[in-house]
Design a protein around this ligand. Structure first.
Ligand SMILES: [Ca+2]
Length: 470
């Protein structure tokens, strides 16, 4: 449609040329020029106007019509040519645009491939990263599982430790209670010791005063005491001699190992007999009590009148002293050898100054050898001399004035006198000083505390043993 103004312009040019150049017409279109030749018209004179004019007019009309036809043909031609050119231009434009589009498409395609490659790379990286993350996740899960098990085990161990701790605390509390009781007992013993020390202080003062008063007649008393001792020894010798005369021949007796065997042999009267113990070279004289508590008792210790001094050395207590027929100590070596041979029971007989009697019995009794300081072992207590045993606990060692084996920072054997199984210093001492008369018994007197307390005056003591199965 943009070509129509150009066609009109061409028509006007054709008309103008026709007026001036009657014989030929030339049309220029781009690089092409078109020439049209027209038929010539005969001369028409002006003096013959009438019919001549009419003919001329017709000729003009025909000519005009002819020209119009030519113009129409020309227009058609032009339109055809222009159309083909337009179509050609259109095709060219289409081709050009298509090429451009193809080029753009190619460029886009290559760009797309590059982008696709990049996307593929990124995808690979993402996949690789994802795999790594999954592996890490698996490791984390595995580690978490291990940690959970570890935590459970720790919790179980913690519970066990708590239980142990609770038991330990319970034991600790029990120990604390026990220690508190022991502490209270020790404090009580400490108080009684303090009382004792005060009492001893007073006693020392009294003794010092008494010493001055008694110094005048002491010589006379000593002389009388020596006379009495001689008389007693003579009497004892006479009694022993009588016993030996009334006894069967010596050779028949020496094979007995204790008084129970003599009793089983049918000899039922009490007296001094010979025993021969294993591993002891010589026979030894002992007193056999065949009447008390079923008889068959071998006497280890006896006090009856205070005629014998019991405040003696370690060696004397080891070997024994006194006369078996009277006051005596059989000796720690003898007691050990006798009581280690078989199971023995111990019987302690007591009598106070008013004639009251009592006894304490231990089903099992023995003492260890000198290497263990003749430690005491006495169990299963019974009897009438107190509801509690006055003997110290088992394992207590023997002490004398020259051998301090007690559990006291003091020396019990020196304070309480005699040789005994002193603890600190304990509730008994049958080897203390024998007091007579009616005055109060001092701390160093004969003592069996749980019979009648500290003040009872003991006038007779006997310690004797017999096989438990007698
Ligand atoms: Ca001591």
């Amino acid at each position: 449609m943009g070509h129509l103004p150009t066609v009109h312009y061409l028509l006007l040019s054709v008309v103008f040329t026709m007026a001036t150049e009657r014989q030929q017409y030339q049309v220029q279109h781009g690089r092409c020029s078109y020439t049209f030749l027209l038929p010539e018209v005969e001369h028409c004179g002006t003096g013959t106007e009438g019919p001549f004019k009419e003919g001329k007019l017709e000729a003009l009309e025909n000519l005009t019509e002819n020209n119009t036809q030519w113009l129409q043909k020309l227009e058609n031609y032009i339109q055809e040519n222009v159309r083909s050119e337009l179509e050609e231009m259109h095709q060219k434009a289409i081709h050009s645009q298509t090429a451009t589009m193809l080029e753009i498409s190619s460029s886009l395609l290559s760009h797309s491939m590059v982008q696709s490659q990049k996307l593929t790379d990124v995808e690979m990286q993402v996949l690789s990263q994802t795999r790594r993350l999954e592996e890490q996740l698996q490791e984390y899960l595995h580690t978490t599982s291990r940690l959970e098990k570890h935590v459970l085990r720790q919790a179980s161990e913690s519970a066990q430790l708590k239980e142990k701790n609770r038991l330990l605390e319970q034991r600790f509390a029990e120990m604390e209670v026990r220690h508190q009781k022991e502490l209270n007992a020790l404090q009580q013993e400490k108080r009684s010791l303090q009382d004792l020390l005060e009492w001893q202080g007073r006693l020392v003062s009294t003794l010092e005063e008494g010493l001055v008063l008694s110094s005048h007649n002491s010589t006379q008393l000593q002389r009388q005491q020596a006379d009495l001792t001689d008389s007693v020894q003579q009497l004892m010798a006479t009694v022993t001699h009588c016993n030996e005369i009334s006894r069967p021949p010596k050779d028949d007796m020496t094979h007995y190992r204790d008084c129970a065997e003599i009793n089983r042999a049918g000899i039922t009267h009490s007296g001094v007999y010979n025993l021969r113990l294993p591993n002891m070279p010589n026979s030894i004289k002992v007193f056999c009590d065949m009447t008390s508590h079923g008889g068959g008792w071998t006497v280890l210790q006896h006090r009856q009148n205070g005629s014998l001094d019991f405040h003696r050395s370690w060696t004397e207590y080891k070997q024994g002293f006194g006369d078996p027929a009277g006051e005596h100590w059989m000796g720690n070596d003898f007691i050990h050898t006798l009581t280690k041979a078989k199971d023995f029971s111990l019987l302690v007989l007591l009598q106070d100054s008013e004639g009251n009697k009592a006894h304490s019995h231990y089903e099992h009794f023995h003492i260890e050898g000198e290497e263990k300081n003749y430690s005491l072992h006495a169990h299963r207590f019974s009897g009438t001399a107190g509801k509690t045993s006055s003997l110290t606990r088992s394992g207590t060692m023997f002490s004398t004035k020259d051998h301090d084996n007690d559990f006291c920072s003091c020396k019990c054997a020196q304070m309480a006198s005699g040789g005994w199984w002193f603890e600190a210093c304990g509730a008994s001492n049958l080897n203390g000083i024998y007091y007579s008369g009616h005055s109060k018994v001092p701390y160093n007197g004969i003592k069996w505390y749980y019979w009648k307390g500290p003040n009872v005056r003991v006038s007779m003591t006997t310690m004797m043993v017999r096989p438990s199965d007698f």
